[in-house]
Every structure is written in C-alpha cells, then in structure tokens.
Design a protein around this ligand. Structure first.
Ligand code: ZN
Length: 134
C-alpha cells in the first residue's frame, strides 16, 4: 500500500460545542466545516493543520460507534486516516496483507471522501481509515 500523507486524526468528544472553541484556540485556526454523517451516527467538525486535518467526532446516538467508544474508553483519539490515491485498491492490498477489513469496499464518508476502515484487532489496536478523493 502507498500512503501519501495523514489525511486526518479522528478524536471522539462528548460535545462539539465545548471542544470547538478549545481546538480553535489550541490550533490557532477556525473550524472550517461541521457535517453530520447519518449512517455513522456522528457529527463531525474539521480543522486544518497543514495537509492533515483534525476531525472531532460527536455521537448522535449512544448505540452508534462513537457513542459506544466514549462509553467504553472515554474521550480521546479514535482513529487515524491515511490518504491514498485509490481507497479501493488500498483496501484490497490491506486484505492481501491479512488485515481484517471493516469495509471491504469503500463508502462515502465526511467531505465526500471514499473511505474504508481496517479492524483494530488486526492493526494492533489502531483503528485505521483509508481515504481517497476518488
Ligand atoms: Zn475519519
């Protein structure tokens, strides 16, 4: 697999309203997008830090993936996302490496990216997202 850069780091938070001002101050940049991803039961807020983004994730449903994550582990780093030229190709290559795919083929994520996740059980505890713009 060939990764171009870290697309974003996903951070689970209890409240976007509370955390957006904190990150704006910390990073010295304004949140540039807030978007709800309905099928993932999350509201996301994005910040740009160079080529990489910080993606804050607030759960909209306690039974959703972020709701369950916060319930179990509390707030904190949730996943790391790698930018590739072709998410489907990268997912296929990850499968060939013996990694467990949560998404065998990519689906649409926030910002219209094609995304797919690798299972943390097969990536030594790091929930890994593969992204591409097309
Ligand atoms: Zn993400």
């Amino acid at each position: 697999m060939k990764v171009n850069h870290i697309e974003h780091i996903g951070i689970a938070v209890r409240s976007l309203d509370e955390m957006i001002p904190y990150y704006e101050k910390l990073l010295g940049t304004s949140c540039y997008a807030i978007e709800e991803v309905k099928d993932q039961h999350v509201k996301t807020a994005f910040f740009k830090v160079g080529e990489t983004k910080i993606e804050l994730l607030e759960s909209t449903d306690p039974e959703g993936p972020i709701g369950k994550f916060i319930e179990k582990k509390g707030e904190g780093i949730h996943h790391i996302a790698f930018a590739t030229d072709d998410a489907d190709k990268a997912l296929k290559e990850a499968g060939e490496m013996g990694l467990q795919l949560i998404d065998p083929v990519s689906r649409k994520g926030a910002e219209g990216l094609n995304i797919g996740f690798l299972h943390p059980k097969s990536t030594h505890g790091v929930l890994t997202e593969i992204c591409s713009v097309c």
